[in-house]
Write a protein that binds this ligand. Sequence first.
Ligand code: SAM
Length: 254
Amino acid sequence: MSSPENEAMEAEFDTVAGWTEEAVRALGPEHAIPAGCRGSGSEGTLRWLADRLEPGPGTRLLDSGAGVGGPAGWLAAERGVRPVCAEPMAAAARASRRLFGLPSVVAVSQRLPFAGASFDASWCLGVLCTTPDKAGLLRESRRVLGPGGRLGLLVFVADGPLPPPLPEGNDFPSETRTRQLLADAGFELTQTGEADLADSPEEWTRRADAVEAEVERRHGGDPAFRQAQEQSRRVGRLLSEGALRPWLGIAVAR
Ligand SMILES: C[S@@+](CC[C@H](N)C(=O)[O-])C[C@H]1O[C@@H](n2cnc3c(N)ncnc32)[C@H](O)[C@@H]1O
């Protein structure tokens, strides 16, 4: 990973992930889940997906592009499942292991170190829009899910050209393209929805904000912090202007 785009993504997804773990340790474990949801955004989004994927104890579930593990940690706490996390950024993968005690591997979603049909369900939150090789990611998701396996997706979709400045390194698909990619990879899309990224309980938001403030207090002068902050500001602006939509999908492997 050496292009400028990937430098920005490394700042956002690796360096800040490590700082987030550090801040959670300073503030207390109750901060881990809200602060660890870096992209999936809201508890309502996780609930919408979990209600449809229906994981329970014994479900073999993969979180593909798990970040620091907040969504997987939430699933473990709420549904008694023990997700496996896969994430290319080492500091983030480490955080998911240390904060939530979950098994995690450093891997891109296009090359997962698992045998075919290893999982009953998988979710992939805010990841498809960060990688140009979307077909490869979905093919690999299909491979590790057995027939009938369920995939949950949160994708930031753009249905037209986006007004600059754009977040670096992102590659937002349209909804139409996302649907086509899923069909090509051997999935049947069974349900769709739109996430409300602001529907978390007040306490959740307060804790996420506290961790962000602690990270800023410790590292606010670091260029990587400012770069990551600018990245999320740009995504936030596109979402608030409606140029990007947080699209949710449930697909079943054919
Ligand atoms: C917006 S964050 C979402 C993290 C997590 N899913 C969540 O909702 O909190 C996007 C994540 O995708 C990861 N990522 C980027 N490219 C990837 C790829 N090719 N395969 C798997 N993960 C990738 C990034 O490292 C980052 O952790």
